[in-house]
Design a protein around this ligand. Structure first.
Ligand code: G3P
Length: 226
């Protein structure tokens, strides 16, 4: 399973890359707007930092022809390892088909249903991105929708992978880890919270406290640096 970072905050991305086994970055227009800078300068900095890892960048256009033109510009500026995120409208799917013919990789995004995912995959998307928490907010089961999509794609001959997005709780992430989902993208906060546990902190504190009772003269080497 691949883990990507869902952020356009270069400092957060740099920090998370040091610690977490991640293999790319996903962005969207609202994440880029939070940076309050020229979006392409932000994206170029992210690309320079992550090297050839996956970068997912969303198209803002609505008509297929415009999406295709924008996708060509995105990949020209940011390189071939860039996946153009395209929301699953009829025009979006038309653009995915054309971009497949042109050899440009796409991620069909804002997926809420199995039908949307399957059509996008048939059209030639490399990834489909179901929005787990937003599906839940509509009263449906977000994790099950993502798993159903994965099952359908794995049962098919299609090469399209699932890139699950929009998580607000750890249990949503863990349900997909159990089923070995292809890929997930997590906000910096969600990614960090995967390691955050009060039990772990308490255990470390207990061990430190116990170890401090050991007399220094009984130690041949000392490894603690604090
Ligand atoms: O990248 C798109 C997706 O992650 C949206 O997430 O948190 O806005 O529902 P969110």
């Amino acid at each position: 399973m691949k883990i990507l970072i869902d952020s356009a905050d270069i400092k957060a991305i740099e920090k998370l890359y040091e610690c977490f086994p991640v293999c790319g970055v996903t962005t969207n227009p609202s994440l880029l707007s939070k940076e309050n800078k020229d979006p392409y300068e932000v994206l170029k900095r992210i690309r320079a930092f992550i090297g050839e890892d996956e970068l997912h960048v969303e198209s803002l256009c609505k008509r297929a022809e415009d999406i295709v033109d924008e996708a060509l510009a995105i990949t020209r500026i940011l390189g071939d390892d860039t996946y153009v995120k395209i929301p699953v409208t009829a025009e979006g799917v038309k653009a995915i088909k054309r971009l497949r013919e042109l050899g440009i990789k796409t991620t069909a995004t804002a997926i809420f249903t199995l039908g949307q995912a399957y059509i996008s995959a048939l059209a030639g998307a490399s990834y489909v991105a179901p929005y787990v928490n937003r599906i839940e907010m509509q009263g449906e089961d977000g994790t099950q929708t993502a798993l159903n999509i994965q099952e359908a794609l794995r049962a098919s001959e299609l090469e399209c992978k699932v890139l699950a997005a929009s998580f607000k709780r750890i249990d949503q992430v863990e349900m997909l880890i159990i089923k070995n989902i292809d890929a997930i993208t997590l906000s910096p906060a969600m990614l960090s919270s995967l390691l955050d546990n009060d039990g772990t902190k308490a255990a470390i504190k207990d061990f430190d406290k116990a170890f401090k009772t050991l007399k220094r003269e009984n130690m041949s080497i000392t490894l603690d640096r604090h």
